[in-house]
Design a protein around this ligand. Structure first.
Ligand SMILES: [Fe+2]
Ligand SMILES: [Fe+2]
Length: 281
């Protein structure tokens, strides 16, 4: 299946770069209970921001899956159809693993059920009211954001040093699969006639629809946590933001080029390195 990517070749079916395949792999926590309340740097602020992201992931990935399924019958190439199915399976596994991870927050006093219900309502409203092409465009944009986060996690080992090892193993598993399938929704959007304008409109709609929800949830979880937010935590959060910002900025800006393709960013080496590591055993 792995052949050289041909990002701009509309006439030929989408392919993967050499050495990359989309293989759904289940994740099992070795010791979920060992993950502390502040698993990222011992820092309340950063951990709640990451937890917000994690709680948004299960309904978000259900939204991604549905937005792709809406157009799955338009895929006539059997190889591309396999990639679409593998994308759906990977996101399904991610949803289940994040549900386990998120349920664990409840042991630390976080009202997980309330936040999950809120996140689900926001996602369901998008599925109900937005045009299907824009829903797919939003998936393409958020797949780029998750691939960007995944790239940063592998490209900046400094970040990993702040994370609890079990949480790191979990996020790296998810990140590697996000890199593997990062172009599937993009290639599908292009296949069904979604061009630059659709992508750009979807950025705006996606940010307006989901950005406030992220802010509301993060703020609510931080406020509900009685532990004090110290100056040292704020300083550490700024430092972690500084480490990732430069890489993130270039990748985010690349999305706004009309000829952008996810595999313009070569992440093959990170994927190979991860699967060669003992983390996946
Ligand atoms: Fe995912
Ligand atoms: Fe994804």
């Amino acid at each position: 299946m792995a052949t050289t990517a041909s990002p701009q070749a509309l006439a030929s079916p989408p392919t993967l770069p050499d050495g990359v395949d989309i293989i759904p792999r289940k994740f099992t926590f070795r010791d979920l209970d060992a993950i502390p309340k502040y698993w990222f740097g011992g820092n309340k602020l950063i951990t709640h921001l990451e937890n917000t992201f994690s709680i948004l992931i299960p309904p978000g990935e259900r939204f991604f899956i549905q937005s792709v399924r809406n157009y799955a019958d338009r895929v006539d190439d059997p190889e591309f159809a396999k990639l679409v199915q593998a994308f759906i399976q990977q996101e399904g596994h991610h949803t289940r693993a994040h549900n386990d991870f998120n349920a664990h927050f409840a042991a630390h006093g976080i009202d997980v059920k309330r936040e999950e219900a809120y996140a689900a309502r926001v996602m369901e409203s998008a599925s109900r009211w937005l045009p299907k092409k824009i829903q797919l465009g939003i998936t393409v944009f958020f797949e780029h954001l998750t691939a960007t986060g995944a790239h940063v996690l592998f490209a900046e080992p400094e970040l990993a040093k702040h994370m609890h090892p079990e949480a790191l193993r979990f996020w790296r598993w998810h990140a590697a699969e996000e890199l593997e399938h990062k172009a599937v929704a993009f290639d599908l959007l292009r296949k069904v006639g979604g061009g630059y304008l659709t992508r750009m409109v979807s950025v705006v709609v996606g940010l307006l629809w989901f950005g406030p929800a992220f802010a509301i949830m993060a703020r609510r979880m931080i406020k509900a946590d009685p532990e004090p937010l110290t100056d040292a935590m704020r300083a550490q959060a700024r430092e972690i933001d500084r480490i990732s910002r430069e890489v993130q900025r270039d990748l985010l800006l690349a999305y706004f080029k009309p000829g952008f393709h996810p595999w313009d960013q070569h992440d093959e080496a990170y994927v190979a390195e991860f699967y060669a590591s003992p983390e996946i055993s």
